[in-house]
Design a protein around this ligand. Structure first.
Ligand code: DOR
Ligand code: ZN
Length: 356
């Protein structure tokens, strides 16, 4: 065994743990176990559940489930269809942010009517971030509204040059907008999508190599890397109407460490993109005794059979990677070692302090 490397526990600001509503794909225990196996100690879960999280009641129900089952720390997003403005004040201190869908994705919860989008930006309390799924011209809409109403916004899963340039330009103008790219848009491209067909359909879709290269070149200007961990059964992906998205929370760190080995990235950048910048953007202070120990020299193969995610497959199955997670310490407690979760469901805490 080589010298162990210690990193602060990763924060994944974009996961879909499917609980409640689609627990045949994932639930808070399996999804957060997968997180620990990947060195991720905090996840922020999206609101596009089968019954979207559009009300205080649904949010309370989800908080209770996460409280019982999670083994890593967690935060939840609230969702909106533009008709639930009156819920905003009730939920704002119980969530990490509001998620607004301006383009279509799983759950079909996008807001198409621009008047409604405007209402959302106007009434969402200004002290909490709005995370936006926006592609193409919808990015202009989001940035325009953010300017008009003084919101703080974060555009998630940027996938191409044109979209990234819009954000970089807004940043130059000191508009409070940040962004992330996903692991998939950095490590997979259109060739993979064409080869694996429905298995790799995701939103935003995988891009040409040039676009992928552009994201890598501009990583110093990008704020975070997230996984968009979006579990669906392989049988569902191969069905007539395949759902979009792939898993990722337990493979992010080894993929990034492999990129370090290939001199495409530095450890310092990994820490910024998966830990320090997420804390700054979301106003979250991670406990100092939360860290991961790994062997950066240990090479191994990602294997579907060894995954914790309930849906049981990864687009990176068979990839040779470096950096096996050996041990995870969460708030001073050893929670994961040598492939085993060591604590009971419910050990994970709501980073919004379990307030209901
Ligand atoms: O492809 C995707 N699937 N993109 C998203 O942003 C959502 C996700 C899902 O929930 O399955
Ligand atoms: Zn997503």
């Amino acid at each position: 065994m080589g010298k162990l490397l210690r990193l602060p526990g990763l924060i994944d600001i974009h996961v879909h743990l499917r609980d409640p509503g689609q627990t045949h794909k994932e639930d808070f225990l399996t999804g957060t176990s997968a997180a620990l196996a990947g060195g991720v100690t905090t996840v922020f879960d999206m609101p596009n559940n089968k019954e979207p999280i559009f009300s205080y009641g649904r949010l309370k129900e989800k908080i209770e489930i996460a409280k019982r089952k999670a083994v890593c720390d967690w935060g939840l997003y609230f969702g909106t269809d533009g008709q639930n403005i009156k819920e905003f004040e009730k939920v704002v201190d119980k969530v990490v942010g509001l998620k607004v869908y301006l383009n279509l994705t799983t759950g079909k919860i996008l807001i198409e009517n621009e008047k409604l989008v405007e209402k959302v930006f106007k009434y969402w309390p200004k002290n909490k971030i709005i995370v936006v799924h926006a592609e193409g011209e919808k990015i202009d809409l989001a940035i325009g509204l953010c300017k008009k109403y003084n919101n703080k916004i974060h555009i998630t899963h940027i996938s191409n040059r044109q979209d990234l340039d819009k954000i970089l330009e807004a940043k130059l103008k000191k508009i409070p907008v940040t962004c992330d790219v996903t692991i998939n848009h950095l490590f997979l491209d259109k060739h993979d999508a064409d080869f694996y067909k429905d298995l790799l359909v995701m939103k935003p879709s995988l891009q040409n190599e040039d676009e992928v290269d552009y994201l890598w070149e501009n990583l110093p200007r990008i704020d975070c890397i997230a996984t968009d961990h979006a579990p669906h059964l392989a049988s569902e992906k191969r069905s007539f109407d395949p759902p979009t998205g792939v898993t990722g929370v337990e493979t992010m760190l080894p993929l990034l460490l492999t990129a370090v080995k290939q001199k495409r990235l530095t450890i310092k950048e990994i820490v910024r993109l998966t830990n320090t910048d997420p804390q700054i953007i979301f106003g979250y202070k991670q406990d100092k005794n939360t860290y991961v120990e790994l062997d950066p020299e240990e090479e191994y193969k990602i294997d579907n059979k060894r995954l914790f995610t309930k849906c049981g497959w990864s687009p990176y199955h068979g990839w040779k990677v470096y950096g096996k997670v050996k041990k995870v310490i969460l708030r001073g407690e050893k929670v994961f070692e040598e492939g085993k979760v060591l604590i009971k469901p419910g050990f994970g805490l709501n980073i919004c302090y379990n307030k209901v």
